[in-house]
Design a protein around this ligand. Structure first.
Ligand code: HEC
Length: 205
């Protein structure tokens, strides 16, 4: 009969060895990639890691040396930011309205306007965001001093610092933003203070 000699595809012992080989090969892929067998990639140098490791947390750890004032930032803002954010931070047209000023006391209304001045809790985040992401079309092109200066100007437009207040790694984290106390603690158990600190908090209640 014609079925003689054809493997029975429903039989486990026919395809099991094949599947096993495929699975073993797949399991080997990450290991092989890591061992550099394919000659792809290399370990980044400490310098390269430093170049990418630019996150500045709210407490300002890692803010680089440098300084700037709003007076110095005015011209930089005009040249590099006003096209999109408006001459007074009111928001421009390109590529969408992104105001940096205004909105105070709007947060509890049905149409909250969240800006650096009305919403952002930490000045260090403004530094971090500007340094890594702005200008929108050419991020990473400002020098450290220019970032300090232009952040000072954004805070100045929001009446948070004076025109000649010098911002640097030690003064910037100490600025208290208007909405600093406007946030509630995240109640999920896996967020907030470490378990030991949480226990102490609970005991106080
Ligand atoms: C080409 C347009 C453009 C330029 C130039 C530009 N920005 Fe922006 N900026 C944007 C856009 C668009 C957003 C919103 C991005 C988003 O929501 O993902 C933004 C967001 C921001 C924010 C956050 C605002 C918020 O409340 O979410 C800050 C702060 C900021 N820009 C600062 C600056 C500074 C300082 C400069 C100049 C050094 C600058 N930007 C230049 C387009 C621009």
């Amino acid at each position: 009969m014609c079925s003689v000699g054809r493997p029975n595809l429903l039989r486990f012992d026919v395809w099991l060895p094949g599947i096993t080989v495929v699975l073993l090969l797949l399991a080997c892929v990450p290991l092989c990639a890591q061992s550099g067998k394919y000659g792809l990639g290399r370990t980044p140098t400490p310098e390269e890691i430093r170049g990418m490791d630019i996150t500045i947390p709210p407490d300002g750890t890692g803010l680089p040396p440098g300084h700037g004032t709003a007076a110095e930032g005015r011209e930089i803002y005009e040249r590099r930011c006003s096209r999109c954010h408006g001459h007074k931070g009111e928001g421009g047209d390109e590529p969408k309205q992104s105001p940096l000023v205004g909105g105070k006391s709007s947060l509890k209304t049905p149409k909250p306007l969240k800006t650096v001045g009305s919403y952002w809790p930490y000045p260090t985040t403004v530094w971090d965001y500007t340094s890594r992401a702005m200008p929108f079309d050419k991020p990473g092109t400002l020098t450290t001093n220019q970032v300090y200066a232009v952040v000072a100007f954004v805070l100045y437009m929001n009446n948070i610092v004076g025109e000649n207040t010098v911002l640097d790694a030690s003064s910037l984290p100490r600025i208290k933003m208007p909405n600093r106390e406007g946030f509630v603690r995240d109640p999920r158990p896996d967020t907030g203070p470490k378990p030991s600190a949480r226990k102490k908090l609970n005991r106080k209640r």
